[in-house]
Design a protein around this ligand. Structure first.
Ligand SMILES: [Zn+2]
Length: 462
């Protein structure tokens, strides 16, 4: 394949370009740097694409690009249109003192590129760009390729719907969507995922008094907001990990035979998780098999609880307020708005149950910011075989088929716009440390990613 030779020859120049992009510290809330990264991408993509545009939104711009097929093996056939999704915004780099090299000065050590945003997600989508360019330069592109680069993924892609609605035409006539994000399976096998869990977050703030007070002088009369929030939280989950909110599990999908079969083949060993996570028992729904808890079941998680102070800052007080934040992971057929509604129905029911709950909840305020729909593409579609074959050639081994990834991605916006199957193929190795200090991506995985995209583009043209 000529495009592979091109990759061999220009691999270093692709890496240099990727490094230039990484040097722009496009932390989502740093609008100036994000704009600089969008401009850089626009200019870079214009070198080979037939069409490039920045779609302005109320937040950061979305960059789109398009490459028309150069060849068609069967002249009468309509070429396949593939859409690649990636995001060019990154997480903040703190804590800075934990980095071995500065986060925005990419450095290769032991075959890994260390930098904020290299795995999440610049290195991963740049692999697609490199593959497209190898095909173009060797006159081999036989598929119609579109690319969308989000500038606000790390904040939940709140303006992605808006951007898509501005360029409706661009998102029509797409046959399949590929997302390369997140780490590959912990077993280090290449990974093909058919969907991702959704998410809803809810914040509770309970202020019970004007101020923090002496826990001796006023202990016994000033209510403690931590205990009171625990009282409320205990009504939402039982000791076996079941969520007690009425209707919470009503819409949970029943996995297909193919999905159950794929899960069986994953052969997950509980011991590996105990060891990897340093845990001695498993959480959440005790009556569900482990793999089901990992992908087929929703979770009801407390992601943070804050009040008073501890350790060297400890004071003998009754704190005046407490915050608790929930993140609820959703599985197919569960809808974020409906889950939120069920949560608030539960709150209203508590208020009617007794005066104790009522007193607490009347001082409590609620906020819900993030919500992503869950997404699931059936395993049995013909694309699966083409993708498996491309990954196998790119990585040199058969991929694991994962029915549902644990994390959440803004896939629903793309699904709504395209109504087409969507697949996740992570190009970053399992220990990429995304969102953490010393985020990294192995050069070898980057190259395997480029090759996978190359084979995919080649196979789609046939
Ligand atoms: Zn991320």
């Amino acid at each position: 394949m000529k495009s592979l030779e091109y990759l061999d020859k220009f691999q270093n120049s692709f890496l240099e370009d990727l490094f230039d992009l990484i040097r722009i510290p496009s932390v989502t809330r740093d609008n100036k740097s994000v704009q600089e990264a969008a401009n850089w991408l626009e200019k870079r993509l214009k070198q080979t694409a037939d069409f490039v545009q920045q779609i302005p939104t109320q937040g950061n711009p979305v960059v789109i690009a398009e490459w028309k097929p150069q060849i068609s093996e069967i002249s009468a056939k309509v070429p396949t249109t593939i859409l690649f999704y990636g995001h060019y915004d990154v997480q903040p780099p703190d804590p800075l003192d934990k980095w071995l090299s500065p986060p925005f000065e990419p450095e290769i050590r032991d075959g890994r590129i260390y930098a904020r945003g290299v795995g999440d997600n610049k290195g991963q989508f740049f692999a697609h760009i490199a593959a497209i360019e190898c095909m173009i330069k060797s006159n081999q592109l036989g598929a119609h390729v579109k690319l969308i680069l989000d500038g606000e993924e790390e904040l939940g892609s709140v303006n992605l719907d808006e951007a898509i609605s501005i360029e409706k035409e661009f998102f029509s006539n797409i046959d399949l969507v590929i997302v390369s994000d997140g780490p590959a399976d912990p077993t280090w096998k290449p990974t093909l995922e058919f969907g991702a869990r959704g998410i809803v977050t809810i914040q509770l703030h309970l202020q019970t008094a004007k101020g923090d007070v002496h826990s001796g002088n006023f202990g016994g009369i000033q209510p403690n907001p931590v205990w009171d929030l625990i009282t409320i939280l205990k009504t939402m989950k039982d000791d076996t990990g079941k969520c007690l909110i009425n209707g919470f599990y009503n819409d949970v999908f029943t996995p297909s035979e193919a999905a159950l079969d794929a899960v069986k083949k994953l052969n997950r060993d509980p011991e590996v998780y105990l060891d990897q996570l340093g845990i001695s028992y498993f959480g959440e729904e005790q009556d569900q098999p482990l793999v089901h808890r990992l992908m087929f079941r929703p979770t009801f998680n407390i992601r943070g609880f804050s009040s008073g102070s501890v350790k060297e800052k400890a004071k003998t007080i009754i704190p005046k307020e407490a915050y608790v934040e929930l993140d609820i992971r959703l599985v197919p057929n569960q809808e974020p708005d409906k889950i939120k509604q069920l949560f608030f129905n539960h709150i209203e029911k508590l208020k009617r149950t007794n005066d104790r709950y009522k007193q607490i909840l009347e001082r409590c305020s609620f906020k819900s910011e993030t919500s992503f729909y869950p997404m699931f593409t059936p395993i049995g579609l013909p694309w699966t075989e083409i993708l498996e074959r491309s990954i196998q050639k790119g990585f040199g081994e058969k991929p694991l088929l994962i029915p549902l990834a644990g994390g959440s991605l803004p896939l629903y916006s793309l699904y709504k716009a395209t109504k087409k199957p969507m697949y996740i193929i992570p190009y970053a190795q399992p220990d990429e440390d995304n969102h953490a200090p010393n985020e990294n991506m192995m050069v070898e995985w980057f190259v395997k990613g480029v090759k996978t995209s190359l084979y995919l583009l080649e196979n789609l043209a046939k």
